[in-house]
Design a protein around this ligand. Structure first.
Ligand code: ATP
Ligand code: MG
Length: 390
């Protein structure tokens, strides 16, 4: 069977002169994502990307699932291609959707014709195909207003296509089409979601994780790596930077007042992340911070945290409710891993009475007890990477 996948491009169709660039990125992401499922021919015309299997060995169910996670599409449909001829279209509809027609109570055929040279109008095609189908399947009624089964016919440049239900695509823009950013990835619920949201805007991510062995366990790190692996489905290849954070935290604990622990620690995270960003040509830092969620996320604390870096700090969750964040975490499949009960380096050193309205000058004074540059250099020198691909 000439079964294939049709995908409608999203926002990139609004691009002007550089649309070509976005489309090339999109096609390369699609090809990469299809690799585990066999050999396919992938091409784009008229704002649609076509995925055709080269042989019977292709896993079409797997390919369809994978295409639902590629950023850049508004809809994804499995379709049958056929000759541009009214009877061939009817035969294709009968063969492809016969089972569905037997099980539905009502149907309607809707046609779109982008090839205006085709000798019949859209309505004529729908009437012709719909008429033959209702003779063939007399138990199912034609319902123009609220059909249970909508059969769609598209007459395009080279072929006609028959399909039923279009599934919603992942939206967004092709990963990598809008540059790169460092994302601060902890083991919590929030940062995988903030990473996903920024990747969806076409950003290639470089995840950074701060790891405080033995205060946090190997399992806590494995959990973060598992989250990164889950994210590759939609974010593409990821090279996670693991930064040892133990010495920094011990120094903070030894030399700073307890109520400033979290703030000083978060400033180290930002500065080291910025260094990694510069090494990787990244133009922003992404965090899962959310206004008012914890003591370090008041407006005053955010100001103190971001004061030490000059790259923009993107906080896509800033105004969201926890329930909305959890909903996205469930949708992208990270929630179950995020709630595994392994401690995070922030929780191990959490002050009993953190400063919620810190003054920048006080923080700078407290921080001056530390050899910031030496601690950062040590951490950057001892970092290592773990690579993930789909
Ligand atoms: P999350 O659910 O993502 O852990 P949170 O609500 O627990 O967030 P915090 O623990 O204060 O909030 O962390 C705020 C943000 O700082 C995180 O969303 C993440 O971007 C970053 N962050 C925190 N801990 C780490 C870490 N160990 N490594 C990397 N980034 C971290
Ligand atoms: Mg956390």
């Amino acid at each position: 069977m000439n079964d294939m996948i049709l995908m409608k491009q999203g926002e990139i169709i609004l691009k002007g002169q550089n649309r070509r660039f976005f489309e090339t990125k999109l096609l390369s992401n699609v090809r990469h994502r299809l690799k585990p499922f066999g050999e396919f021919v992938v091409y784009a015309t008229q704002s649609t990307v076509y995925v055709e299997p080269k042989d019977e060995a292709c896993d079409m169910d797997g390919a369809l699932d994978a295409m639902l996670t590629v950023f850049g599409f508004v809809s994804v449909t499995r379709a049958l291609a056929c000759e541009k001829d009214k009877d061939a279209i009817y035969e294709a509809a009968k063969k492809y959707l016969g089972e569905a027609l037997k099980n539905a109570k009502s149907f309607k055929v809707e046609t779109r014709r982008s090839d205006k040279r085709f000798p019949m109008s859209s309505i004529e095609i729908s009437q012709y195909v719909g008429g033959l189908l209702s003779d063939e399947f007399p138990d199912i009624a034609v319902d123009m207003h609220n059909p249970e089964l909508m059969i769609r016919v598209e007459v395009r440049e080279t072929s006609a296509y028959v399909h039923a239900r279009a599934l919603p695509g992942a939206g967004g823009m092709p990963v990598g089409s809008n540059g790169s950013a460092v994302t601060l990835l902890s083991g919590g619920i929030d940062s995988p979601v903030s990473s996903y949201m920024i990747a969806r805007r076409g950003i290639h991510l470089v995840p950074v994780h701060f790891f405080s062995f033995p205060y946090t366990s190997e399992q806590a790190k494995e959990k973060v790596l598992e989250l990164a692996k889950l994210l590759t489905k939609c974010c593409g290849r990821l090279v996670v930077e693991i930064v040892p954070f133990t010495h920094i935290q011990e120094e903070i604990r030894a030399k700073c007042p307890e109520e400033y622990f979290t703030l000083i620690m978060r400033r180290f995270m930002m500065r080291i992340s910025e260094k990694i960003a510069i090494q990787n040509n990244c133009k922003a830092l992404v965090t899962g911070e959310n206004l008012g969620q914890v003591a370090s996320q008041t407006m005053e604390a955010l100001r103190v945290t971001e004061e030490c870096v000059s790259l923009p700090v993107l906080r896509p969750l800033i105004g969201m409710d926890k329930t909305d964040i959890v909903q996205i975490a469930r949708k992208i499949g990270t929630f179950e891993t995020s709630i595994l009960p392994y401690e995070d380096c922030c929780t191990v050193f959490t002050p009993r009475h953190p400063r919620t309205k810190p003054k920048l000058q006080d923080v700078l004074d407290v921080e001056s007890a530390l050899d910031v540059a030496a601690l950062e250099d040590e951490a950057v020198q001892n970092k290592y990477t773990v690579k993930f691909d789909i």
